[in-house]
Design a protein around this ligand. Structure first.
Ligand SMILES: [Zn+2]
Ligand SMILES: [Zn+2]
Ligand SMILES: [Zn+2]
Ligand SMILES: [Zn+2]
Ligand SMILES: [Zn+2]
Length: 246
């Protein structure tokens, strides 16, 4: 029996796929057809996104810490209120926090990983919450965001310089986050540029991370472009550039 595929014996003539919650005739051809089918593969994927795995002959959901009921299937469980509440909560908690959930969700690891603190954290929601609210984590997030946002240290450590807005900002976690998230000019500039370069293989990372860099870089044309809306717009609409996508 192909246990890894969620197929377990059910009766003399039937097997059951516990991922999909269906019965199948006990014939290799039928089983193969089922395990190669789109629905079954979808459910396998769903397991890897929800920390659900096969434990002996049962479906086990780690975040809910229980065996998923007999007549349930993977989608049946994922849609339950308790599980979907957990999923929403963990995504809300970790959004924009540089916390990697994938190894936990795919059941490769028991912990989640904080990239900015370089730390494994227990996957318990309260522990994650405590971590993301800790001063150390908040500081590390801000340090990570600065080079992604054109913010640079200045001689006087009380302030940082925003290259995009050409202004100084208090060098506190709160002031920096407020600027990055809520400053109209800052957000508008980044959004406009990001919209323009989306799908165009133009990078502004180097521009944002380096104080004296004035150019964006087109990887398709292998050339520098002055990093402002006007120049980037005319580049991504130019024939030379667009021809490289044919
Ligand atoms: Zn199946
Ligand atoms: Zn669950
Ligand atoms: Zn952290
Ligand atoms: Zn700014
Ligand atoms: Zn180009």
């Amino acid at each position: 029996m192909k246990k890894d595929f969620g197929i377990i014996p059910s009766s003399k003539t039937l097997v059951r796929c516990i991922f999909c919650g269906v019965h199948l005739p006990k014939a290799n051809r039928c089983i193969e057809q089922h395990t190669n089918g789109a629905k079954h593969k979808e459910n396998l994927m769903l397991m890897r996104e929800n920390a659900i795995y096969l434990l002996n002959e049962d479906l086990y959901c780690k975040p809910c810490n229980r065996i998923v009921n007999d007549n349930f299937s993977v989608p049946g469980h994922v849609e339950t209120e308790s599980h979907s509440n957990w999923k929403v909560a963990i995504e809300d908690l970790t959004e924009g926090e540089f916390i990697k959930l994938e190894p936990y969700l795919s059941s490769e690891r028991d912990d989640v990983h904080c990239e900015v603190c370089n730390l494994d954290i227990d996957s318990n929601l309260h522990i994650i919450e405590k971590h993301v609210n800790s001063t150390k984590h908040r500081n590390n997030v801000v340090e990570r965001l600065k080079p992604l946002n054109g913010l640079f240290p200045v001689e006087n450590d009380d302030e940082v310089f925003c290259k995009i807005c050409n202004m100084y900002i208090d060098n506190t976690t709160r002031a920096v986050l407020e600027h990055i998230d809520d400053d109209e000019e800052h957000v508008a500039w980044l959004t406009e540029i990001e919209d323009l370069i989306e799908g165009h293989d133009v990078s502004i990372e180097h521009y944002l991370a380096n104080d004296f860099e004035v150019n964006a870089y087109c990887k398709k044309c292998k050339m520098d472009i002055i990093c402002d809306v006007e120049n980037i717009e005319s580049h991504v609409h130019s024939e030379d550039h667009l021809n490289k996508f044919i």
